[in-house]
Design a protein around this ligand. Sequence first.
Ligand code: BEZ
Length: 212
Amino acid sequence: MATLRLGDIAPDFKAETTMGNVSFHEWLGDSWGVLFSHPADFTPVCTTELGTVANYFPEFEKRNTKVIALSVDGLESHLKWIKDIEETQNVTMQYPIIADEDKTVANLYDMIHPNASETFTVRSVFIIGPDKKVKLTLTYPASTGRNFDELLRVIDSLQLTANYSVATPANWKDGDAVVISTSVADHDIPAKFPKGYQQIKTYLRMTPQPNK
Ligand code: BEZ
């Protein structure tokens, strides 16, 4: 499978998970989705990552976003490891982990980078829109745990920019001013952005976040 690019349809698959069998597109339904892989069960960084996502689960729910993890270990291993995650991270696991022992999903999503490891999946993330298209890809090495605040921030940006003709500037956080898309003519701004705007350059026009 060639590398997945933004705008591609996220490949559909059927898989065994810790919460039953999943048919991916059907499971996503009309929600946004986050599919993330980790290298292996019973490893320290992965344990903190899965615990963090369990802690953030209500934040994903608020954003109508389903989360699903993956590793190439088996179901029995996942179920045993979940006990450790719950115990050490003080959480309840409310989302599924895919048991991808035959690497079907890992290969579909190009999650094994042989020059990093022949056997383990890297730390991949795919954010998928309700249209099933890939909206973000991210790849981290095994030695670096991901920043899940950043994923929530990107979901906020994706959901905002899907509904308004805006983009979000560097280090933007929900509630900050946003950039008016260059496709919006100056004379259309007052009707589209009644909160007003600041023109810094002809191509750089800022407005308060429109949905706040
Ligand atoms: C970890 O999760 O701690 C880890 C997993 C694989 C390689 C290195 C670290």
